[in-house]
Every structure is written in C-alpha cells, then in structure tokens.
Design a protein around this ligand. Structure first.
Ligand SMILES: [Ca+2]
Ligand SMILES: [Ca+2]
Length: 335
C-alpha cells in the first residue's frame, strides 16, 4: 500500500506500479512471483498428465547400454503409466532451496538441522576416501560431524542448492515460511513434482529421449564427475556439463514452466511416503501417496546421477532422517 501511494504521489498511475513483493499478481503459466523472503516461484497451472513410465527393460537396455540388466528390472515401480489430474494450480520454487536461503532460515528461526542436532553429521566428498575399505561401501564419507549442509566436502556458494538436509529439515523450513509469509508452504507431492518437471512432455527427460540432451540441460554425472569416480566412467554421458559437483541453481535453461534443475543438481524430497505399487491404485485426482510408510520419495536425480536415474519418471527414496550429499529440496507455495 505504501509503495502504491508513493508512486501515485509521484504521478504514476497505480495500474503501472510494479507488483509488490509478497503478493502474487498473476496466476497464468510462466508467471513468476517473489515472496517476501526472496524466494522465486513459477506458476504451475492445474491440468492433467500421464504419470510414470512403462518402458520395457529391453527398450531401456538399448538406450542405456552400460546399465546392469538387473537394475533395469528394478524400475517396475514407474508403471503403470496412469492419468493424473492436478486440480489446483500452485507456485513451485523456480530453484532448489539454496545454501543462502537455508542459512537464513536457520538464523532467523533458531532451527537446528537434524545432522547437527543428533551429532552424527552428514556425508561428504573426500578425494582420499576409499568406499571399498568401509563396511557399507558408501559412495561418500560419513556419517561424520565434519559434514553438514554447510560442508559437503566440495566448494559451494550461497547460490548452490543446499544438500545434506533431511526430509524433516525440509518440512521444518516449509512450516516456518508458512508462518512468516502467511501462506501455505510445503513439499510438492510426488505427482505435483512429476507434473511440474514434465511440463507437458512425455519423453524420458524434459528435453527429449536421448541421454545426450542432459549435458546441455541438467547437471548430472558427466565426464568431469567420472574423473573422481573412474569405475563408472562408462555410465557418464560422453561429454561435459561443466559441473563435477553441484552447480549454482539456475545454471541451465528452465523447463516450459520456468522451473530450473528439476532434473539433476540436487535430488528433491517430495512429501509422499514411497509405495512401490502405488501407481496401480492411486486416485486420479491429486494423489498424495500412501497413507503410511517408512521411506519418503526423492525425485529428479542429482549431480552424481547417471542418465538412467535422471529420467523424469525415476523414483527413489530414503528414511525421513536421511541426510546425504546428493539430496536437497524445493518448496511449493499454494497461493
Ligand atoms: Ca555434472
Ligand atoms: Ca534437482
């Protein structure tokens, strides 16, 4: 109100005033909105889509010739392909939540992230770490209190996606922002996530079927990451996307809804419990996942994901207190 009044006093017509931060001004696809916290959202309209994938292991083996055949049969949870109706449009974070935004959330709310609170820390990259010398064979060193959202073992700026955050941490930030902004913030459901990531497409990746499209459109496991994990060199794309670890959010082109890094960079927690056979029985309208479960779904692949696991239909999961160097989140605002 003050801004409008000031502009009017200067002789500007109120209708020409720029949108006031904190009040969504438009709700058509492609519209963006910045909340008072400074988080940018893109409008995702209500609509219908076909969720999941029913590609056969044979078709996938052809497209991903270096994949282990056993792993290809593990992807049956992506089927059946089924119609889903998203009955309400929403605002989805244009970017993954960044280190800077998470830092500000901690500072202003007093919230202590789970990896710090329980004293066991997170995971991190250590070039001298050898997975074969550990019992579990984890890809990264951890858990270790040296590692957290603030230190994943590689350099990150305030503009990088926050990782090493748990599902519980993500929900805590959404709750805090809901109070602060006077609107409902939450994680997207798995269906909302896939609908938003596909943005009208039916291909393996939002940019097409050929894994090579990833190099120009997403930060995934490329030649440069393979330099640090040479035994998986064959799984990498044949080129470089220029980011061996996480990339600052928005480093690649957005999808048709104006969303960045839906594929790659950081895995994204969604709100659903994981249900292996859920697609066969989920409701058409606004499916929100099984009523109970033990692990939460994460989507989209990460900077360390091979092309097979960077497909838009791929589903993965972890317990809600898992913190990992590959996993972050993005938030949804309802209105
Ligand atoms: Ca990369
Ligand atoms: Ca992502």
């Amino acid at each position: 109100m003050l801004l409008t009044a000031a502009l009017a006093a200067c002789g500007s017509a109120p209708s020409l005033a720029p949108p006031i931060a904190g009040e969504p001004q438009a709700s058509k696809a492609g519209a963006t909105f910045t909340d008072r916290f400074g988080m940018v959202f893109a409008r995702v309209p209500a609509g219908e889509f076909m969720m999941g994938s029913d590609e056969s292991p044979q078709a996938l083996a052809k497209a991903f010739p270096h994949a282990d055949p056993k792993r290809l049969t593990d992807l049956a949870d992506e089927a059946p392909v089924h119609r889903v109706r998203i009955t309400r449009g929403f605002w989805l974070g244009a970017h993954e939540v960044t280190v800077g935004q998470f830092r500000r959330f901690l500072r202003e709310s007093g919230y202590v992230p789970e990896s710090v609170r329980d004293g066991t820390g997170g995971y991190g990259f250590n070039p001298n770490y050898d997975p074969s010398r550990t019992e579990r064979g984890d890809l990264f060193e951890g858990r270790d209190p040296r590692y957290s959202w603030e230190n994943p073992g590689f350099a990150q700026t305030e503009r990088h996606p926050v990782v090493n955050v748990t599902w519980n941490d993500a929900v805590a930030m959404a709750k805090w922002l809901s109070q602060r902004e006077g609107a409902t913030y939450r994680l997207p459901t798995e269906a909302e996530w896939e609908y938003a990531a596909r943005a009208g497409t039916r291909t393996r990746f939002p940019a097409g079927d050929d894994p090579q499209v990833l190099l120009k459109t997403a930060n995934t496991f490329d030649r440069e990451t393979a330099l640090r994990w040479p035994r998986w060199r064959d799984q990498a794309g044949s080129g470089s996307d220029h980011y061996p670890f996480t990339a600052p959010v928005g480093s690649f082109a957005p999808n048709a809804f104006g969303l960045y890094d839906m594929i790659g960079n950081a895995w994204e927690w969604v709100s659903d419990w994981y249900g292996e056979d859920y697609y066969a029985r989920s409701p058409t309208d606004d499916p929100a996942g099984p009523a109970e479960g033990s692990v939460r779904v994460r989507r989209g692949g990460s900077w360390h994901s091979w092309p097979l696991y960077s497909r838009v239909a791929f589903r993965n999961w972890n317990t809600p207190e898992t913190r990992y160097v590959l996993v972050g989140f993005r938030l949804l605002r309802e209105k």
